[in-house]
Design a protein around this ligand. Structure first.
Ligand code: SAM
Length: 208
């Protein structure tokens, strides 16, 4: 994702701000395909199988890819633009997934302890850093004990956002209490424009 507009509110984006990008057909964060390191994690057998939730999934390249591999996928996004594109893409591909239009932080009780895996792809960097603790709590609440949080965290090196910078220490500080850190390394096969800027992360939810 390249930096989003500078005249946007400095204290984080609201639903309307994201929707504006969809209205303008300006999906500058969108890779146009499943993120290659996530595909590789699956090829390496790291992600197992079962129920997967993808927060802030946008038009959902990851939703489609993992649905095709047999995961029971739930894609969450709160914009009309994101879920509209995702529904269309699923229909065109003849694939099934649960599409939930909701604020990730307000998912209802039916999602509690329901997932084997939460997949992170440019959502943690899209939320304001003040919401990181809520993200961690929500991830714990969604996952079964022993469930995995796996994905990519964006080390932009910039002060502002979105996308907001994530350092190695940010990951350790936020996740260590609730998760065992199984893997935390600079991704060595990011796409060119994110080269050296992604943390490849696999975390395992601790039992309460
Ligand atoms: C940077 S985009 C990434 C989209 C997708 N993951 C991708 O990589 O193509 C962030 C997405 O998160 C969604 N989003 C941001 N905050 C959200 C929230 N609190 N609840 C649900 N969706 C949210 C936005 O609507 C947007 O589609």
């Amino acid at each position: 994702m390249t930096d989003l507009d500078e005249d946007k509110p400095k204290d984080g984006y609201q639903r309307e701000d994201w929707q504006e990008y969809y209205d303008q057909d300006d999906l500058r964060w969108d890779l146009g395909e499943v993120s290659p390191p996530l595909k590789r994690l699956w090829q390496e057998g790291v992600l197992g199988a079962g129920r997967m939730i993808i927060p802030g999934c946008g038009q959902g390249h990851e939703v489609l890819f993992f649905a095709e591999q047999g995961f029971e996928v739930t894609g969450v996004d709160y914009t009309d633009g994101g879920v509209g594109l995702l529904r269309n893409n699923l229909q065109k591909a003849g694939l099934k997934a649960q599409v939930v239009q909701s604020d990730f932080f307000e998912l209802d009780d039916s999602h509690h302890g329901h997932y084997d895996l939460l997949l992170e792809q440019t959502f943690f960097c899209a939320i304001h850093p003040r919401d990181r603790t809520r993200y961690v709590d929500m991830a714990r609440w969604l996952l079964k004990p022993g469930g995995l949080l796996a994905g990519l965290f964006y080390h932009t090196g910039e002060d502002d956002g979105p996308p907001y910078n994530t350092t190695q220490e940010d990951i350790q500080k936020n996740f260590s209490a609730g998760f065992e850190i199984v893997r935390l390394e600079k991704c060595d096969h990011s796409i060119e424009k994110r080269k050296d800027k992604e943390w490849l992360v696999v975390l395992c939810a601790r039992s309460a």
